[in-house]
Ligand binder design. Structure first.
Ligand SMILES: Cc1cc2nc3c(=O)[nH]c(=O)nc-3n(C[C@H](O)[C@H](O)[C@H](O)COP(=O)(O)O)c2cc1C
Length: 358
C-alpha cells in the first residue's frame, strides 16, 4: 500500500495527503490552485475577504483547477470592548506614532468577521469539497446545513481536549496543530498555555483519543517531517510556512526577506499584532511588547490600530510592525514553485519511508 493512499485522500478525492494551509494573508489563488493541480489540497483563507469578493475569487479558482479545494473561515468570538485595555494599549504604542509623525492613532475596529449567516449562504452556494475552520467551529445549526450538503468539515485542535470536542461536534477530520506552527494558534476551548504542545507530543495523543483521520500541522517542511507525522499516526499534513517561499504566495519583499533570515531572527508567539496568539518572525513590535501581551485588546481589533505604523515603516523598507507570520521550521524553506514543492515533498517522503520496508 502506498503511503499516500488512505481514507483521508479517498474522502477528499486527492492524490497526496498534503494540504496547503489556508493562510488568510498569504495564500493566493495561484498558490492554492497550483497545489490542487499537483495532487494536494489547495486552500484559500477567506477571513479577511469582503463578502462580495468571495464568489468572484472562487469562480477564478474553478477556472484554474478541477481538483478538490478547501475554503477556510475563522470562527472567533466577537471582541469585547474594554476601554481601559484599549487606552493602555494606545498609550504603549503612542511613542511609535510620535516617532513617525503620524498624527492620529486610529480607533479599534474589527478587521475580519467571524463565520456568519452570509458566509454560510455563500459556502452552500459554492459547495467546495472541503471547508475548514480556525478557532473552533460555527454554531450547530450552521454545521448541520454544511453536513447536509456533504461538505467535508475540518478544524484545528491544539490540545486533546479540543480534539475530543471537535469529534463530538461532528467534524470529519481533525488538524492537530503543534506549537511550532506559523500564524494564529487555533486554540478555542483550552487555555493558550495548555495548547503550548509540540507536534511530536500532541499528534499521537490526538490519534489515540479520537477515531477520526488526524492531519498534522506545525513545523513540517520536508519529506522527513511528513514521514514522521505518518509514523505518529497522521493521515495527512497541513503545511503553511514552507509554501510562503514559493513565488505564487502573496508575500511582500520584506516578509520574504525575513523568511530568508529566519534562522538568525527566530520566531515567537505574540498577541501584539492582532489580539490573538500567533507565531511570526521576531520584529520590533513583538520584542517591545514581549511582557505586555496582557494589555492587548481582543482579536480582531488590534490590526486596525497597528496598520498606519505597519504601512509607514514598510514604505521605508522596515518590517518593525508587519505580521511576518511563520513557523519554527521557516529556515528550512526552499525557494521553489509550489508545484515543485509538492512533487519534492512526495518524493522525499517516499524515499524516507522506503528505508523502513522489510
Ligand atoms: C502566514 C500564515 C497564515 C495563516 N492563516 C491561517 C488561516 O487564515 N486559517 C487557518 O486555519 N490557519 C492559518 N494558519 C495556520 C495554518 O493553518 C497551520 O496551522 C500552520 O501553517 C502549520 O504550521 P507551519 O506554518 O509550520 O507549516 C496560517 C499560517 C501562516 C504561516
Amino acid at each position: 500500500m502506498k503511503w499516500y493512499k488512505n481514507n483521508l485522500t479517498k474522502a477528499l478525492n486527492i492524490k497526496y495527503p498534503i494540504i496547503q494551509a489556508p493562510m488568510a494573508s498569504a495564500a493566493s489563488i495561484e498558490l492554492a490552485t497550483s497545489v490542487s493541480n499537483a495532487g494536494g489540497l489547495g486552500s484559500l483563507g477567506l477571513s479577511y475577504y469582503k463578502l462580495e469578493n468571495i464568489l468572484p475569487d472562487y469562480q477564478k479558482v474553478l477556472s484554474k483547477t478541477n481538483g478538490s479545494f478547501n475554503l477556510n473561515f475563522m470562527t472567533h468570538k466577537e471582541p469585547r470592548s474594554n476601554e481601559s485595555k484599549n487606552k493602555k494599549f494606545k498609550e504603549s504604542i503612542k511613542k511609535y506614532f510620535e516617532e513617525y509623525n503620524i498624527n492620529k492613532i486610529p480607533n479599534f475596529s474589527s478587521t475580519c468577521d467571524s463565520f456568519n449567516e452570509n458566509h454560510l449562504e455563500l459556502l452552500l452556494q459554492m459547495s467546495p469539497k472541503v471547508v475548514s475552520f480556525h478557532f473552533g467551529l460555527p454554531k450547530r445549526s450552521f454545521l448541520k446545513k454544511i453536513k447536509e450538503q456533504n461538505i467535508y468539515i475540518i478544524s484545528s485542535a491544539t490540545t486533546v481536549e479540543e480534539a475530543i470536542i471537535l469529534e463530538k461536534s461532528g467534524v470529519d477530520a481533525i488538524i492537530a496543530q503543534g506549537y511550532e506552527a506559523g500564524g494564529h494558534r487555533g486554540t478555542f476551548a483550552s487555555s493558550y498555555k495548555q495548547g503550548e504542545i509540540g507536534l511530536f507530543s500532541l499528534l499521537p495523543q490526538v490519534v489515540e483519543a479520537t477515531s477520526l483521520p488526524v492531519i498534522a500541522a506545525g513545523g513540517i517542511a520536508n519529506g522527513n517531517g511528513i514521514a514522521a507525522a505518518i509514523m505518529l499516526g497522521a493521515k495527512g499534513v497541513q503545511i503553511g510556512t514552507a509554501f510562503l517561499s514559493c513565488p505564487e504566495a502573496s508575500v511582500n519583499s520584506l516578509w520574504k526577506n525575513a523568511l530568508d533570515n529566519a534562522s538568525i531572527r527566530g520566531t515567537r508567539i505574540t498577541r501584539s499584532l492582532t489580539g490573538r496568539p500567533a507565531r511570526g518572525i521576531i520584529n520590533r513590535l513583538i520584542k517591545d511588547m514581549e511582557n505586555k501581551n496582557n494589555i492587548v485588546p481582543d482579536f480582531p481589533t488590534v490590526g486596525s490600530v497597528i496598520k498606519p505604523l505597519a504601512n509607514y515603516a514598510a514604505s521605508k523598507g522596515d518590517d518593525s510592525f508587519l505580521s511576518l507570520w511563520a513557523g519554527q521550521s521557516a529556515p528550512m524553506n526552499r525557494n521553489i514553485s509550489s508545484k515543485k514543492l509538492v512533487e519534492l515533498l512526495v518524493k522525499e517522503t517516499t524515499n524516507v519511508l522506503k528505508m523502513y520496508k522489510n
